[in-house]
Design a protein around this ligand. Structure first.
Ligand code: B12
Length: 233
């Protein structure tokens, strides 16, 4: 009997590929995981755990920063390829995404972008190191239904908090995510709503709360007048 591997199994395979600098293998493993478990689980249960392990190994000196860079590039390529073949948005409302003014960590934002896109949500993703003034400029221009600000570098968290405050002062619903906001000090000084759960939960919540589905197709007039089928004797 064939049993599909659990999502966690792919993490070990990715780590082996990362150690061997086998970038194409990382992409192939993500394709396999996606084929079996779908894009939501691939992001939450394969990509994120792999990033955490590689981040921990890098900070403890077990692997080189080159390994971390290689995994980051492989993930970015995979997410971009998946995003490129999505159909256009079908829901009403645009979600604006941005990293903090000093923050180069964009992978989680790109993954959220993909998960929102796969739900038919229009996204405007400003990416890394978005200055506060530029974030407000984009917000004024597209009038988003919600803004998500991410930051993963606690040393630059105060700048990210400033972005969140500026968006809240502009009267827009604002969410924040990433390890920079783990500290209670920042949480107490940050308006907005934390996204602490999985990316799938965040995408689902943003889609349902801040965007609306396309209108239901109008029922076919022919159906209304269709005669009930009478069984013949
Ligand atoms: C990839 C990576 C990089 C890449 C980023 C590439 C890219 N395009 O994104 C590069 C190489 C550029 C990089 C640079 C740096 N990095 Co780095 N990086 C990482 C790594 C491995 C993954 C980051 C990530 O995407 N995390 C996403 C997930 C995996 O993080 P998480 O905290 O578990 O997420 C949970 C929640 O917070 C939430 N969440 C998190 N993000 C988001 C986003 C959204 C939208 C939502 C809804 C939810 C959500 O979901 C998860 C729960 O289910 C992390 C390791 C780690 N554990 O995060 C280090 C890490 C964040 N980096 C770190 C550091 C120190 C740096 C540098 C300062 C290194 C240096 N000396 O130059 C620079 C900072 C540059 C800058 N100014 O921003 C440290 C931060 C240390 C700390 N906490 O104090 C970490 C934790 C590594 C470590 N273990 O030490 N990094």
């Amino acid at each position: 009997m064939h049993v599909d591997p659990a999502p966690a199994t792919y993490v070990g395979t990715i780590l082996t590929a990362v150690r061997a600098f086998n970038q194409s293998r990382v992409g192939a493993v993500l394709d396999d995981a996606d084929g079996v478990h779908g894009v939501d689980a691939t992001i939450d249960e394969v990509i994120f755990p792999s990033l955490r392990v590689v981040g921990t190994f890098w900070s403890s000196g077990t692997i080189d920063v080159a390994h971390e860079h290689m995994l980051s590039t492989a993930v970015a390529r995979w997410v971009a390829a998946k995003s490129a073949v999505l159909p256009g948005p079908s829901r009403k409302g645009t979600i604006l995404l941005a990293a903090g003014p000093q923050d180069m960590h964009t992978l989680a934002l790109d993954c959220l972008d993909l998960l929102l896109g796969s739900r038919g949500v229009e996204v405007c993703n400003l990416g890394a190191q978005t200055p506060v003034a530029s974030l407000l400029l984009a917000a004024r221009s597209i009038n988003p239904t919600a803004v998500v600000l991410s930051s993963h570098t606690p040393t630059v968290a105060s700048q990210a908090v400033r972005s969140v405050k500026a968006v809240a002062e502009a009267g827009l619903p604002v969410y924040f995510a990433g390890s920079s906001f783990a500290s209670q000090f920042f949480r107490q000084n940050t308006p907005g709503v934390p996204l602490d759960g999985t990316l799938t939960e965040a995408a689902q919540m943003l889609a349902t709360r801040h965007t609306t589905p396309p209108p239901e197709p109008v029922s076919q007039p022919r159906d209304r007048f269709r005669q009930p089928v009478v069984a013949s004797a």
